[in-house]
Design a protein. Sequence first.
Length: 309
Amino acid sequence: MSSETPAPELAETIAELVKTTMGDIRPRLVQAALTGHRAENENLRHEDNFLSDYDLWMHQRYKELLSQVLPSFIYASEEDDPQVIGDDPDPDLCVLVDPLDTSELAVRALHGYTHLMVYSRSLRRPVIAIVGDIFHHVQLYLAFHDHDGSDRAFLITADGDQHPLDSPSNAHLPQALVTNYLMRPTERFRVLAQQEQFLDALSAPGNNGKARGRIGVDFGSISLCHVAAGFTDATMEIAKGFAVWDLSPGHYILHAAGGVTIDLDGNPINLDHGLNTLPEINTTMGTRRKFIAAGNQALAEEIRATIQI
């Protein structure tokens, strides 16, 4: 296994690949929403998750398109067991994919996201991550490991404008917009609603007597990208935990933008996600992680100090 540090040009190529795939799936999702024909499948791998024909189509399409730009890689998709693609039996690069995140909302044309992360097994870290937003003008969030050893993050709009991400929020908790994937009533929303100390701290009035703290709903890796862009101040998962394909692409983008991601004990979450051998990849794909992600360390610690699990 030889080390491969992809150039920024490869990040651009894969970003275009993601954008093309989103363009292909978008009209199909809109049609599904308008007709109510959502093409749901029985999900044998993750029985409590929604699975549609559109998830499976994107899973296959990414595999085909990536094989045209990467000679050999391990394809680690949410929708199948990890597999080696290409002639090299031990390739350096592992491509982690969640083809269609929030697909039960995507088939309603409300929210739909796609995650792709390229991980170097020799470097034991991500080198490219792309999170695509299918229905909104801010369309791509991108991070890559540059030749000089730095990590850089950008967002790209639907008309091609690029904006560097390097100034996440410096807010404190009483002024913060904190998001959570609270859609599932019992296993997620109820856990959040029981966090009275956190909610009281978030609702505390400022010096002018006005309460500025807010709770918002967000989803998967896109929630960490919104923190990276400064659109939100923090996001957290304290109930079920995120799977690696939901957490890791956004985690890398937030890291490259200068934000922080910690576990509930206050430890920084490492960029080595355990995608280094096939057995380790299989284990990692079945592991969930709770976390707090924020634009600054102080806010992450403020949130952690109020959480009671």
